[in-house]
Design a protein. Structure first.
Length: 151
């Protein structure tokens, strides 16, 4: 799940998981997820929330808390620190995730347009691990091609 610039990382991460690991997943905006798919929350659901905007980090953390409370697996990816008036502080989303027992993968605080690229790296590593665990060569397509060759 990702909103704003984080949506790019969520979309590319889902595509990578599907193509490289043959692992079914779907990227969504958190508001869309909350509108219905939240009903899937439970032990059989795993969610990655890419939380890149400090202004919406509390919203992402609240949604993550609901998913975790329902027994769903949750990972939050976001900046390790935000500069505010010269001081460094942990964004609310990542701080809350640590308190709630969710897995948090920090990325450096960088330009918001670059942050999505950094947030994608953990998802690429996840795709590699899932592919290997399933006995697949990561990124080797069995039925499709990187370029569409037929309609």
């Amino acid at each position: 799940l990702g909103r704003g610039t984080a949506r790019a990382a969520a979309e590319m991460g889902a595509l990578t998981l599907k193509e490289a690991a043959a692992f079914g997943c779907e990227a969504q905006d958190p508001a869309t997820f909350r509108h219905g798919p939240l009903e899937l929350a439970g032990p059989r659901l795993g969610v990655v929330i890419v939380a890149l905007d400090p202004a919406t980090a509390p919203l992402d953390a609240a949604l993550g808390a609901e998913i975790a409370a329902a027994g769903g697996g949750l990972v939050m990816i976001g900046p390790t620190a935000a500069r505010a008036g010269g001081a460094t502080s942990v964004p609310a989303g990542l701080a809350a995730s640590a308190l709630l027992g969710m897995a948090a993968i920090p990325i450096p605080a960088v330009d918001p347009l670059l942050a999505a690229a950094l947030a994608l790296a953990p998802l690429q590593l996840l795709a590699h691990r899932l592919a290997v665990r399933a006995g697949r060569r990561p990124g080797v397509l069995l039925r499709a091609a990187k370029v569409t060759t037929r309609e």
